[in-house]
Ligand binder design. Sequence first.
Ligand code: PMP
Ligand code: GLU
Length: 405
Amino acid sequence: MSAFVESVSLLADRINALEESSTLGMTKKARELAAQGHKVISLSVGEPDFKTPKHICDAAKDAIDAGFHGYSPVAGYADLRQAIADKFKRENNLDWKPENIVVSTGAKHSLANVIQVLVNPGEEVVILAPYWVSYSEMVKLAEGKTVVVEGSFENDFKVTPAQLEAAITGRTRIVMFASPNNPTGSVYSEAELRALAAIIEQHEDIFVLADEIYEHINFTDEGHFSIGTIAAIKDRVITVNGVAKGFAMTGWRIGYIGAAKWIADGVEKLQGQVTSGTNSIAQRATLAALNGPMEPTQEMSKAYARRRDLVVGLLKTIEGFKVNVPQGAFYAFPDVSHYFGKTDGTTTINNCDDLASYLLSEVYVATVSGSGFGAPNCLRISTAASDKNLIEAIERIKTAVQKLK
Ligand code: PMP
Ligand code: GLU
């Protein structure tokens, strides 16, 4: 036995200051309750309920047989970086060469790498809210300062150019956002991105971290537009993407960036000391995903669009829920503040954390509270589940909130 006293206070300050990921925290709780035998429906983690397409799995098996067992180059295999550069050109009209690409262990890792590489202690990162829970904590780990700019429900949760302008200071280093967005499903149009870029253009030292992980799950007629194609700022845009969402490959853990070479080199240097090149077999599978047929991705996206309609329709029948219509990704994000201050006689709902806990303990439906996303009036509901589970989960939510007076 160690002579040391076990104590949280012995953990480094940076870990004690860090919030646990609320998406993963809620998923863990749901798994624990299910293991105890409860009939939990988990609409917490944002994860496709589809399997990875067969041709991608086959490529991974072939890679094992072909002997891809050793360390890969830190920034990824050369042919994969080429395939990513080709994908960026073909689908996004971005002109990156393989030297501008770094492959990492999920888009999460890519984002964290870029923030570590660009942000000095005390520098500011403007985050367009609602935002994905890990953004603010990644900034904290880099000792940066988060400046949250909140898109209103009335503006489809999107930030206006005037709001962005007001948030920028002499210490701003990065503006970061996801479109399509997690948790709201909102999609910034080309016109809206051009208007935001016009503000950024006026501030020479500001970078844009564009998280496009939900690119392929976009229900708008206009489709996806990459802010990195805007000529005036293109050298200052770091585009992050990955295969988790579009190809149902969450567990394979592959993400990547396209960025100016000096930024990509910085990320490679960091990665070379912390994780090395990412998993060799997953990289070979990703090569097959990016160079392969897109029909499976399109089919999945159609299913998400159909479920979006189903879920939005059902949520609108719940008294007091204010529901926006997501234009992409696989989440619904109703404003549930109507229930704050209400009680079922035993439990009082003071905020969205309380409501998420109440739904889990009362009717075994796991959602994620909006507070970690910078939207404390809302609740995130993943629509990446079967119709049957979605219908039953929303019925259970309705029954539970009806008891709150
Ligand atoms: N960005 C957003 C907006 C996300 O929702 C997620 C969650 N998967 C990620 C990045 C990270 O993706 P990955 O699984 O590739 O790390
Ligand atoms: N991005 C997904 C989510 O928001 C996966 C979990 C996570 O990494 O946060 O639920």
